[in-house]
Design a protein around this ligand. Structure first.
Ligand code: NAD
Length: 497
């Protein structure tokens, strides 16, 4: 362990984690060492050994053996017990994990606590379903019976992004395990330590057969690619950028492996003149600036009806300029840093483009001076008057940048909302019930929030239309994704025909 001095006000000293430790036998890694760093201070959070092609092979091999030789796939009671135990361990370790999550990812400590609690709750939901993986049966003739079983797919690769690294891990891992699969996890290179420390709580659960949970570490292009292309893998549950997802799907096609893809977004958030404006203003801010805009469902395209446009934008700008950006470990911070230097550079390059194409009405600067200099801080930005073809309106920026567009009537609002290659989520604000149903039906996206935003429920499916993904997660469909159906057909007649 190496002591690293704290550089930020109110921080406790941090000792660099060295992972994987001997206690983490489920991690297959023995290659070059890489670091994960704190985006608020630049301090080294963890040093990790990356996986090699041999360790990817070992992880997948262990998963294949465990799937073939253990009773995991047929013992729902055991699966439920292990998952409930994991959820309990998440709750017991919430404070420690939340601090590590904030240090490694940058998000506010309040959000980090919510992320751990949400991960525990979602794990419990799938722990319950582990004992209810039901198929169907049908009487197919006088003496013919068909039983359609749901069986585990086999070995599932779970590849995760860095923005909500635990909820998005659990969202695939918990249903995959609940359905009886063996798993190989590959976390994002920005958030490996929090993933390993969380998985260690699962690996420690009594009864979990060795090899049902394995983990590899390292870059997507080498280690991730080796996993997706491995013959022992039956399915890939990928969450990440659309471009990466397309590459993963092509690679998986070489072995005709099943994929579930949760990809990028550019969600419209539509405010009609009859909305409750105070609530819509708070909703607009929450929709884009949660996790510093680094969330796939971010309401990054605000559409506002003409009659209230000027007042709404003026109030939104004032509200945005009042947001407190700072170290995520400071409970007063409302936004932390963006997650890496590359993210900061990307956001600021869009801000520069936006300044040339439209009007910057709030924020949009790299924050400088103490305590910002060592980290990747950007003040949240709001742009108006951009042309419809602007890259700020079309691209997923994945940062604290909001664009505002004006619309005249409902038809124009729907047309603008649907004018995107993505279809992950949308918000709409109105007091008219008729309009809420009509517009909600007309927008092509997997989740539509009406007079609310960013509320997720374990019971309700999420997923993307268009280039936002393939398949659904959460809810019952979320566990069905990780099963194959098998028709067992029984014919009791004396003769064949
Ligand atoms: P990313 O695509 O860069 O990486 C995601 C994961 O894929 C990482 O673990 C990475 O190492 C791995 N990877 C990269 N190249 C790979 C390859 N060739 N083969 C296998 N694995 C590879 O995404 P990110 O920057 O980590 O996350 C941000 C993106 O994720 C955004 O586009 C966001 O919208 C999306 N996202 C989507 C959802 C959703 O539910 N739809 C949720 C969160 C994030």
């Amino acid at each position: 362990m190496t002591a690293t001095a704290s550089t930020s006000v109110g921080r406790t000293a941090w000792q660099t984690l060295r992972l994987p430790s001997a206690a983490q036998g489920f991690v297959h890694a023995g290659g070059d060492v890489f670091e994960s760093t704190d985006p608020a201070t630049g301090e080294v959070v963890a040093e990790l050994a990356s996986s090699t092609p041999e360790s990817v092979d070992a992880a997948v091999g262990a998963a294949v053996r465990a799937f073939e030789t253990s009773d995991w796939g047929s013992n729902g009671e055991l699966r439920a017990k292990v998952l409930y135990g994991f959820a309990g361990a998440l709750r017991e370790n919430q404070a420690r994990l939340a601090e590590l999550l904030t240090r490694e990812q940058g998000k506010t400590i309040h959000e980090a606590e919510i992320e751990i609690a949400s991960s525990a709750k979602m794990t419990e939901y799938y722990a319950g379903l582990a004992r209810a993986v039901y198929g169907r049966s049908a009487l197919l003739g006088p003496e013919v019976t068909g039983v359609v079983l749901r069986e585990p797919v086999g070995v599932v690769a779970v590849i995760t992004p860095w923005n909500w690294p635990l909820v998005l891990l659990v969202r695939s891992l918990a249903p995959a395990l609940a359905a009886g699969n063996a798993t190989v996890v590959k976390p994002a290179s920005i958030t490996p330590a929090i993933t390993v420390e969380t998985l260690a709580l699962l690996a420690a659960q009594p009864g979990l057969p060795e090899g049902i949970l394995t983990c590899i570490l390292g870059s997507g292009s080498v280690v991730g690619d080796a996993l997706v292309g491995h013959d022992g893998v039956d399915m890939i549950a990928f969450t990440g950028e659309t471009g990466t997802g397309i590459g993963v799907m092509k690679r998986a096609a070489e072995g005709l492996r099943k994929v579930a893809l949760e990809l990028g977004g550019k969600a419209p958030n539509v405010v009609f003149a009859d909305a409750k404006l105070d609530k819509a203003l708070a909703g607009a801010e929450n929709a884009i600036f949660t996790t510093c805009g680094q969330i796939c469902t971010a309401g990054s395209r605000l559409l506002v009806e003409d009659a209230i446009y000027d007042e709404f934008v003026e109030r939104l700008a004032a509200q945005t300029n009042g947001l407190r950006v700072g170290d995520g470990l400071d409970p007063a911070s409302q936004l932390g840093p963006v997650a890496s230097a590359a993210q900061q550079e990307k956001v600021l390059s869009y801000v520069e483009r936006g300044k040339a194409e439209g009007t910057l009405v709030a924020g949009g600067a790299a924050l400088e001076g103490e305590p910002y200099d060592a980290g990747h801080f950007v003040s949240p930005a709001v742009f108006a008057d951009l042309p419809a073809e602007s890259s700020l309106i079309r691209d997923e920026i994945f940062g604290p940048v909001l664009t505002v567009q004006r619309f005249g009537d409902e038809a124009e609002a729907v047309a603008l909302a649907n004018d995107s290659e993505y279809g992950l989520a949308a918000g709409l604000w109105t007091q008219s019930l008729d309009r809420a149903w009509r517009v909600g039906r007309a927008i092509r996206a997997g989740t539509i929030w009406i007079n609310t935003y960013h509320h997720f429920y374990d019971e309700a499916e999420v997923g993307g239309f268009k280039r936002s993904g393939i398949g659904r997660q959460q809810g019952i469909e979320g566990i069905h994704e990780f099963t194959e159906t098998k028709h067992l057909n029984f014919d009791g007649k004396e003769t064949l025909w």
